[in-house]
Design a protein around this ligand. Structure first.
Ligand code: BTN
Length: 286
């Protein structure tokens, strides 16, 4: 017979193994959706889940197919940057969509995913997760997730939208250039986080919000929820616009996902994501 202490130690090992389990089986067991992530393409290693997702879509993969990997050798970030993607610690996935709407609507999907990730993190880790416009998810003011949406368009029609999500779950060390503004979930919440449960919670929320988005092809359905999580809301921000930098108070997004920034004279400037970055006046978020 095992002593109480020995039993507790076995339980601990069991829970740890359960939380660390990651791969097709763990994901299939955790994901409870109608279509988002119902079909999973899992790989131990990939160059980039976004690149692979676009190939899978070209080869006939259905809407909702999820491309997931344990590590990326050429993870892509926004603006041509790379995304640090070591093995065994983080979450990297791309969801394939095959919509009939016009290409100019696709940028809004990234904001839908940002809200889904923030909610998924809150539910899985039991802590506050905020959004830095347009689509970084931050915890305690530090970035824990990036989203990169890419699409294939032919003759003006979308062939596929690939919504790529990278979440720092257990990463301990960051490259020096981002060490002061990036963090991982486990470091912030102080306990182990199941990557499979996190993916499942994100996909469940995404499916719900994306279906509402499709009704109106606008973000009016999620605008309030998104704005409540906006880290800079009602705070002074610096808008780094290639046409000229300016400061103002961020008042939240409109139904198209553009940021409304109130200037000193009371006028409101509508900021479109494109080439523009928004920062806190002292640093990344505040
Ligand atoms: C950013 O720069 O903030 C966006 C980072 C997006 C990274 C994810 S990881 C999964 C997917 N595959 C990629 O190559 N990039 C995205």
């Amino acid at each position: 017979m095992m002593s109480g202490k020995a039993e507790a130690a076995v339980d601990k090992v069991f829970v740890k193994e359960m939380l660390e389990a990651f791969g097709r089986e763990a994901l299939e067991a955790a994901i409870d959706t109608k279509w988002a992530g119902k079909h999973i393409c899992y790989f131990k290693e990939l160059d980039s889940t976004n690149a692979r997702a676009k190939q899978e879509a070209d080869n006939g993969a259905a809407e909702g197919t999820l491309v997931v990997t344990d590590m990326q050798t050429a993870g892509r970030g926004r603006r041509g940057r790379s995304w640090n993607s070591p093995a065994g610690v983080n979450l990297y996935f791309t969801l394939i969509l095959k919509p009939v709407y016009q290409p100019d609507k696709a940028a809004m999907v990234t904001l839908v995913m940002a809200l889904a990730v923030a909610e998924g993190i809150s539910l899985t880790c039991g802590m506050e997760a905020e959004i830095k416009w347009p689509n970084d998810v931050v915890v305690n003011g530090k970035k824990v997730c990036g989203i990169l949406t890419e699409m294939n368009v032919e003759h003006g029609q979308i062939q596929c939208v690939a919504v790529g999500v990278g979440v720092n779950v257990g990463l301990q060390e960051f490259p020096p250039e981002i060490a002061d503004k990036a963090a991982s979930l486990e470091a912030e919440c102080g306990k182990p986080v199941s990557r499979a449960a996190l993916a499942a919670n994100i996909l469940k929320a995404f499916e719900k919000y994306y279906e509402s988005f499709l009704q109106e092809l606008s973000l009016s359905c999620i605008r309030d929820k998104y704005n409540r999580r906006l880290v800079n809301r009602d705070r002074e921000v610096r808008v780094l616009d290639p046409q000229g930098e300016f400061q103002g108070i961020a008042r939240g997004i409109n139904e198209f996902g553009e940021l409304l920034v109130e200037r000193d004279d009371g006028s409101v400037t509508i900021v479109f994501a494109g080439e523009v970055s928004v920062r806190g006046i002292y640093g990344y978020t505040v």
